[in-house]
Design a binder for this molecule. Sequence first.
Ligand code: SAM
Length: 301
Amino acid sequence: MTHTAQQRTDVEGVDGGVGLTALLVAAARAIETHRHDSLAQDTYAEHFVRAAPACADWPVRIEQVPAGDDDPLWGRFARYFGLRTRVLDDFLLRSVRTNARQVVLLGAGLDTRAFRLDWPSGVAVFEIDRAGVLAFKEQVLTDLSAAPKVKRLLVPVDLRADWVGALTTAGFDPTAPSVWLAEGLLFYLPGPAETYLIDTVDRLTTGGSALAFEAKLEKDLLAYRDSAIYTATREQIGIDLLRLFDTAPRPDSAGDLTARGWSTSMHTPFDFTRLHRRGPLPEPNDALEGNRWVFAHKPRA
Ligand code: SAM
């Protein structure tokens, strides 16, 4: 089977390139939603998968996967995304309950937290992604007559450009506390765009604000090319993650934030698997080995 559209890296919407990875995560969340022991519920996720021609035949339930949980893509990798969704749901809700009034989802993709989480009143959620991805998302949500549970603002912009103006024009207030999320994003960006993003988050935040992001610490990502996850994702659905990732050396964003006075903690996903008693555990030649979830808090002055 060839996957021509999927393998193009220059696609603006969700039909290929990095936009299609948003659908991969949506399919994983759909599968997680239907599990009897699900860690996160996203009833919108399967509608995105079904609406996009590029993935109309992907599974949205584990029962539709012949190998079930033994499938490296729809079993272990999808469970990884389910766990990540839950952990970051918890982080965002904790942040808005204690301090933040604004939530910024960087590379939001098909994240439906604005629709599915119970937000305190007075919170605003900003969703940043490229225009084509957000247009697809809006079409699907409009067709479902979905109503957000929070004030929701879309910011269609490319995070490789200067995106601050777009965010402030949408209503973001740098003088009010905020919580930011870069979930499954930074490794797709060139190093200078990541450095700019971290610098910008520091510049636009007051004390008491927070940021969570996902990083990959491997020195040589290509060494994992034959891992079960990368191989299955490439061969089963035509997404070659290693072609989409920026494989140049990464900035040390956790270290940069620490140097700026933020308190940071770094966890492996496996830490949370043990906490929730569900999710992936380490395995040999593991594409998830270098994945870290970083939680950063800016102290009050
Ligand atoms: N955060 C979402 C989630 O976890 O469901 C989406 C993750 S998906 C793997 C990566 C997302 O990052 C895609 O929606 C993609 O469009 C977005 N993205 C990648 N590069 C971007 C860029 N330069 N500007 C804006 N968004 C970008």
